[in-house]
Design a protein around this ligand. Structure first.
Ligand code: NAP
Length: 248
């Protein structure tokens, strides 16, 4: 049977590019999404037409009960889980820290941090040899913002990604002897819709001159790194934070 991969936030951007590449490499796929059912269903139809065993499941990763239902659906549909790509993430409008209110901070931390923790928890329960599983791989989609801090834009988002880096380091050690590898990719400025949600659709064009390679990245370039970390080719990689950021 195909290896089974769950990609959170697979309806658009980096998640959708990861789904297309994973399907081409023979994975069976669970595509999680939140609001954009239209985009998720369109991607699902495309993958199924090409012969991939795939399902699309709506769930807010920040909500424990919805995450539990998401994983229960995977149990029913596939009976196994080999790879979790903790990709779902969001940011809010650009502003200074002293302008941020508590409600915003809660939203940013809930989706980016809590969502990744809740999904990792369920994945470990299925993959770990401690629970009778056969091992697996978890890939967290962090951000180069964790290193740069995102001043005047979204320090809250950068700090949330810093938490993901710490979780990657700790969980990698916690489950290394249980057959699970845990790694993160840290994308730089990538051409997706996330910049519009920060209030600046043209952000890639503005900041690309500060990227050593002189350009923004494409979602497919991040997907390649995710699929490598998911694969047996990365069999000795765990606890790695892999920057896919054009040298930033
Ligand atoms: P995007 O185009 O805005 O897509 C975000 C995806 O996350 C969508 O599929 C969205 O689902 C999903 N999502 C958002 N909130 C969710 C929630 N509460 N529960 C479940 N799914 C949720 O963003 P992207 O650029 O591809 O970003 C993907 C990941 O890469 C994020 O973790 C982001 O922080 C990270 N990243 C991006 C960049 C960049 O420059 N693009 C750089 C560094 C890191 P719906 O469409 O259904 O709402």
């Amino acid at each position: 049977m195909s290896r089974v991969m769950l990609i959170t936030g697979a309806s658009r951007g980096i998640g959708a590019a990861t789904a297309r590449l994973a399907a081409a490499q023979g994975y069976a796929l669970c595509l999680n999404y939140h609001h954009r059912q239209d985009a998720a269903e369109q991607l699902l139809a495309e993958l199924k037409d090409a012969g991939t065993h795939a399902i699309a499941v709506a769930a807010d990763v920040a909500e424990e009960a919805q995450v539990d239902r998401l994983f229960a659906t995977i149990d029913t549909e596939f009976g196994q889980l080999d790879v979790l790509v903790n990709n779902a993430g969001m940011l809010e409008r650009q502003m200074r820290l002293d302008e941020m209110d508590a409600a915003r901070l809660m939203r940013v931390l809930a989706v980016n941090v809590m969502g990744s923790f809740l999904c990792a928890r369920q994945a470990v329960k299925r993959m770990s040899t401690r629970y009778g599983g056969h091992g697996g791989a978890i890939i967290n989609v962090s951000s180069i913002a964790a290193k740069l801090g995102a001043p005047n834009e979204y320090i809250d988002y950068a700090a949330a990604k810093g938490a993901i880096d710490s979780m990657t380091l700790g969980l990698a050690k916690e489950v290394a002897a249980e057959g699970i590898r845990v790694n993160a990719v840290r994308p730089g400025v990538i051409r997706t819709e996330i910049h519009a949600s920060g209030g600046e659709p043209g952000r890639v064009e503005r900041v690309q001159s500060s990227v050593p390679m002189g350009r923004g990245g494409e979602a497919e370039e991040v997907a390649e790194a995710i699929l490598w970390l998911a694969s047996e080719k990365a069999s000795y990689a765990s606890g790695a934070l892999l920057d896919i950021s054009g040298g930033r």
